[in-house]
Ligand binder design. Structure first.
Ligand SMILES: Nc1ncnc2c1ncn2[C@@H]1O[C@H](COP(=O)(O)OP(=O)(O)OP(=O)(O)O)[C@@H](O)[C@H]1O
Length: 565
């Protein structure tokens, strides 16, 4: 919680101001029953209307003052909570952006999503509540005790006697509640994951008639969240009735003893009436405190989850590795890599000169994308090294490294925005540059037919385009800005042969200085490239030109025969 609490520092003055007016507002509330008792016991016996009216006005002023100060304080509290969580959410988002691939795998994307949304919302509720109920409730409770003890010390003793029990209840229950709320958040993560998968795969689910299966899957995880919520809720909900019970027991005693005291002349009816009003205020105070404990329990579970992300060390730090003199633009030197347990990439080596093209082919899951992940340093190699211009990729500032690339990943994302903005993607690219990239990506012809052309608005994930059209836009995005290194990861699979061939021709002719790596399943997409790497189960099954591989590489021959014959 400490790291999250530190976010409140800049708002210290604003919180102090809020605290001040909240305290005044609450004290004005506490003054009301005292004035009531005074009117009943001291003013009414005189039977003077003007005197009674005067004290009535005092009561109205107290009441209006209390409301005004409380409203002002509550507004201030909301503002502090909103601003604090805005900064926290911003920092968390920034941190998530900088996480390495391994760290994202560890946290999982749905969990990061709910840490950024539900967890920060819980913190917002806590900060807001702490400044409101957190100030008001203890004052109502303690102030109530102090004032009632001046009015009726004997009766106050009866109420005060039950407070140690109340504290014990709150302590015991919140100790049980916090771990339960951590479990609730974890199962909410699973729910988010299932919903994400479900919604993004809605078409295939319908196509394969998997709706009942998915419904069942959702039902299961939804039930899990509900059960966990229920368990946490039931545990925390015990607090309220137990406290009410204890307080009501105390009140019953107060009324009985109070009645005896009024009868015996040692107290007055006004004091007993005021005592009952104070009791209601104190009850509100106690209810407020229990609510704070519930919110605190939730927020402390959320704070732990947020802090876990905020404090994680960058595992892709810049290293100080001596650069080497080399004629190559990109070099893989004996690269091996393991995601979790089994090695995924083993001893891969190749070298490309500037402007050369490399095709990577191999069966699914053989490790082709992983090679790109390592080149772009989403993960660090387990063994060996990857050099760009003789500098180890671990030597680069991450921004500097990633700026070199133009990338179209498998199933990459198109945003719900115009075609122009989707290609530009926040870079400083003119409409002319974007148009050129679209022409090279063979997207020109279909864009001409769209309403608004470059300003045609795409739906989420580009769902108002065909698969081939989407791929052409993604390729254009990779080409725009003339990157130093172009990566196309299985991104032309939906193109017809003619368009695919025109695309390769455009890349060859227009991007001389760009070193290109093209991952493809189709041999026709890569057979004319300068080098071809054949990957099989993470290992190099062959490396060379199309002709040499046809002679020397059995795996390549098999792929060739299966596709071309
Ligand atoms: N984040 C990850 N965590 C653990 N294992 C992973 C991760 N990403 C990929 N893998 C595993 O590593 C292996 C290689 O995956 P990779 O995506 O590199 O294959 P690929 O050759 O590109 O496959 P495809 O042609 O189907 O895209 C696969 O067995 C895959 O299950």
């Amino acid at each position: 919680m400490n790291k999250v609490i530190a976010y409140l520092k800049p708002y210290r003055n604003s919180m102090l101001y809020g605290l001040f007016i909240k305290v005044i507002g609450t004290f004005l509330d506490l003054g009301l029953p005292w004035v009531l008792a005074y009117i009943i016991d001291e003013v009414i016996p005189f039977k003077k209307i003007s005197y009674i009216l005067l004290w009535g006005v005092v009561m109205i002023l107290l009441s209006v003052g209390a409301r005004t100060f409380n409203i002002k304080a509550n507004r201030n509290a909301s503002k502090v909570a909103k601003d604090t969580v805005k900064t926290l959410r911003h920092d968390l988002y920034k941190k998530i952006q900088s996480l390495s691939g391994a760290q994202i795998d560890y946290f999982t994307i749905p969990s990061l999503g709910s840490r950024l949304t539900t967890d920060t919302y819980n913190i917002h509720s806590m900060i807001s509540m702490m400044q409101r109920l957190g100030v008001r409730s203890p004052i109502l409770l303690l102030g109530g005790i102090v004032i009632t003890s001046t009015l009726e010390p004997v009766l106050t003793l009866v109420l005060a006697g039950i407070f140690p029990f109340l504290i014990l209840v709150v302590f015991y229950i919140s100790k049980k509640g916090i771990p339960l709320y951590i479990q609730v958040q974890s199962s909410a993560d699973r729910l988010v994951r299932v919903v994400r998968e479900n919604i993004s795969g809605i078409r295939v689910i319908k196509a394969l008639s998997k709706t009942p299966y998915e419904k069942e899957r959702f039902k299961k995880v939804n039930r899990e969240v509900v059960n966990k919520e229920l368990k946490a809720g039931i545990t925390m909900a015990v607090t309220d009735p137990i406290m009410n019970l204890l307080l009501n027991l105390g009140l019953t005693l107060v009324i009985v003893i109070g009645a005896y005291r009024v009868n015996s002349g040692s107290s007055e009816p006004g004091k007993i009436v005021a005592f009952l009003s104070y009791f209601t205020l104190m009850l509100n105070g106690v209810i407020g405190i229990t609510r704070i404990f519930v919110i605190y329990s939730k927020a402390s579970a959320s704070a732990a989850r947020i802090e876990e992300v905020l404090v994680i060390e960058d595992d892709l730090k810049e290293m100080n590795i001596e650069p080497v003199q080399t004629e190559y633009h990109i070099e893989f030197r004996g690269v091996s890599f393991t995601y979790t347990r089994e090695p995924c990439i083993e001893d891969i080596s190749f070298a490309l000169k500037r402007g050369e093209t490399l095709g990577i082919i191999g069966s699914t899951g053989s490790g082709k994308t992983t090679l790109i992940n390592l080149l772009m340093r989403f993960y660090d190699v387990s063994e060996g090294s990857i050099l760009i211009n003789g500098r180890d990729v671990r030597n680069y500032n991450k921004q500097e490294l990633r700026k070199k690339f133009g990338v179209a990943f498998q199933n990459d994302v198109l945003f719900a925005d115009t075609i122009y903005e989707n290609i530009k993607l926040g870079r400083n690219l003119s409409r002319e540059q974007v148009k050129t990239a679209l022409t090279h990506a063979q997207a020109d012809s279909f864009i001409q037919e769209l309403e608004g052309k470059l300003d045609f608005k795409l739906s989420i994930k580009g769902s108002n385009l065909s698969g081939g059209q989407k791929q052409r836009l993604l390729i254009a995005r990779a080409l725009a800005g003339n990157p130093e290194i172009l990566i196309l990861d299985d991104s032309s699979s939906a193109l017809d042969y003619k368009t695919d061939s025109l695309l390769r021709k455009a890349i060859r002719e227009q991007y001389h200085d760009t070193t290109s790596i093209i991952i493809a399943q189709r041999i026709s997409s890569i057979m004319k490239l300068d080098h071809i790497l054949v990957v099989e189960e993470g290992k190099m099954a062959g490396y060379g030109t199309h002709e040499t591989l046809l002679e020397t590489c059995e795996v390549y021959q098999e792929i060739y025969h299966s596709q071309m014959m």
